[in-house]
Design a protein around this ligand. Structure first.
Ligand SMILES: Cc1cc2nc3c(=O)[nH]c(=O)nc-3n(C[C@H](O)[C@H](O)[C@H](O)COP(=O)(O)O)c2cc1C
Length: 544
């Protein structure tokens, strides 16, 4: 047993990690006792001395509207310009903010603490203007750094072939959040997946995870298994196959692509992000090992590709979708008197239906395993209280089985969707308890609605530990949909990773780890902070 009486961290199961990193009302999960704000890790990874290729900036003019994002747009050819737009509108900067002498960048995808642990890579073949090989994306300069050349890696593919790869730098989050950081990195990864799916839809492309590629293979292809020197290592997450044409579905990668990557010469030395780390949180590496995705593993129970119901469009109508993506922000304060209509909440929740023809669900063809509990505060025509939105019949059965038997489970017609039903669980003012559960954050009480994302943790994660990461990805995906949906409705959202796990479990009567909340969210009318100034994302580059 270690000092906390929890056990060795040399190895740990994801369920034990989850338990260990709960925030309790009487104590937070283990984290730094002090933060050196002046010694924050560098937010940008750079591979010094590698060849850099600047990419064109196009988001400010890109015409695709929000409504068009949910139609099948004709796919643009797979060109460098189209790829650059996808990167700009997913991983790229959205703005710079400043307050006094402090200045920080925001990106198109949110991130816990704005720490952005996710790094992006491009693996490309046959694209005019870009050497075949692996490139690291730099959001600060909207450019690619060539990590290695892989001539002809896609074999005889007649058209360009493009993969996007992702990794996490755990230290970026662990620096601030300690042991719980692994959860945040996984949630962030889910946000990134959804961001990429939306951005790809701007040019009519789709992205699909290459599930059969295990972590070790992803690491080898992206060069993450090369020596890191004194730089913080990156952990492999996932590869996405980018398709401009559905016919490419069947095109497998040649067998020797990994052998080529392993034999390649890799350029550039990664920068060290934090020269003076004050703490170490070995449980993070332990849970990362425990949740590594083995090769050849397909997540069980692929959903059918049938479209489940009519597609609700991303709100925003004729507004430019790239504009919506760039203006997405987390609200820091809400108008505590603001309300939203029942129709708006209905439409927002409708975006969470796994309708496989549309982003981001075209990327996530797995059965829904994350379900919602809503804290309805101020929604016109809807009684305040707790509601449930199971996202599948299985989820409904589990929720009924695991949650407090005193809940009334009255179907709520106003929030139900074509295909699924929402239920009133308990009427009453839930503002105080919502704020309390979210680590006393007022945004959870002052929004029009707050919600908890309950995941089917056990027995799934016991059987397939790597599903622990995927459940967080699904929650992050839901979060990204809510962010963009809220923005399109003229409202604003905020993801909430800080919540008291036990307090929520008690409120809902969750007896064991069968269902646990992974992430919370709140939506309302934002109150801007006038002290903070905003500058455009790439004015520093003077390139258009
Ligand atoms: C996984 C995750 C957890 C978050 N948790 C919180 C939270 O507990 N409280 C909060 O105020 N913001 C939270 N945020 C919002 C971030 O602070 C925000 O995304 C970040 O500061 C960047 O700002 P932006 O979203 O406006 O780009 C969270 C975001 C994510 C993605």
């Amino acid at each position: 047993m270690d000092a906390a009486g929890i056990g060795s961290t040399d190895s740990i199961t994801p369920l034990a990690y989850h338990r260990r990193t709960r925030h309790l009302l009487q104590r937070y999960a283990a984290g730094p006792a002090m933060l050196d704000w002046d010694g924050q890790p560098d937010p940008f990874r750079r591979y010094g001395s590698s060849r850099t290729l600047p990419l064109p900036l196009q988001a400010a003019q890109w015409p695709t509207t929000c409504a068009e994002l949910h139609q099948d747009l004709p796919a643009r050819p797979m060109t460098l310009d189209a790829m650059a737009l996808v990167l700009e509108c997913s991983l790229g900067l959205a703005a710079w903010k400043s307050y006094g002498s402090q200045r920080w960048a925001l990106r198109c995808h949110p991130s816990s603490g704005n720490l952005h642990p996710t790094e992006g890579y491009v693996v490309v073949h046959g694209m005019a203007g870009l050497p075949d090989g692996v490139h690291h994306y730099r959001p600060d300069t909207h450019s690619l750094e060539q990590r290695c050349g892989l001539a002809g890696w896609a074999g005889m593919a007649p058209t360009p072939r493009l993969l996007l790869g992702f990794s996490s730098i755990f230290w970026r989050e662990a620096w601030k959040y300690g042991e719980r950081a692994f959860r945040y990195c996984a949630l962030d990864m889910g946000h990134v997946l959804a961001s990429v799916s939306y951005a790809a839809a701007l040019v009519g492309w789709r992205v699909h995870p290459l599930w059969s590629w295990g972590d070790e293979e992803v690491a080898a292809l992206l060069g993450l298994d090369q020596p890191w020197g004194d730089a913080e290592p990156e952990w492999p997450e996932v590869l996405l196959d980018v398709r401009a044409n559905q016919a490419m579905d069947a095109a497998p990668l040649p067998d020797d692509v990994l052998a080529r990557a392993r034999a390649a010469s890799w350029h550039g030395q990664a920068n060290r992000l934090d020269p003076d780390p004050c703490y170490r949180w070995p449980v993070i590496e332990a849970v990362a090992q425990a949740t590594a995705r083995p090769s050849g593993m397909m997540p069980a129970g692929q959903a059918s590709s049938a479209v489940l119901a009519p597609q609700p469009a991303l709100p925003g109508g004729t507004m430019r979708a790239a504009g919506l993506i760039l203006q997405r922000r987390s609200a820091q304060r809400f108008d505590p008197e603001g309300s939203m209509t029942q129709q708006a909440l209905h439409d927002l929740l409708g975006l969470l239906a796994p309708q496989l023809a549309r982003p981001p669900w075209s990327l996530w063809t797995l059965p829904p395993r994350v379900h919602l509990v809503l804290f309805v505060h101020r929604v016109d025509g809807l009684a305040p209280g707790l509601y449930a939105l199971p996202r599948s019949p299985h989820g409904y059965a589990l929720m009924r089985q695991t949650m407090d038997e005193r809940f009334v489970w009255h179907p709520c017609v106003g929030l139900s969707q074509d295909g699924w039903t929402s239920y009133l669980l308990q009427q009453g003012d839930a503002r105080e308890v919502a704020g309390l559960i979210c680590c006393h954050q007022a945004i959870a009480a002052h929004g029009c609605v707050a919600l908890a994302m309950l995941a089917e943790l056990e027995p799934l994660v016991q059987q397939e530990p790597w599903q622990y990461r995927l459940l967080h990805w699904e929650a992050g995906l839901l979060g990204q949909v809510l962010y963009l949906g809220a923005e399109g409705l003229g409202l604003r959202g905020t993801g909430i990773g800080c919540f008291f796990d036990e307090a929520l479990a008690e409120l809902l009567g969750l007896a064991d780890q069968g269902m646990q909340s992974l992430y919370h969210f709140t939506v309302g009318h934002p109150l801007p902070d006038q002290r903070i100034a905003t500058q455009p994302p790439y004015a520093h580059l003077q390139r258009r």
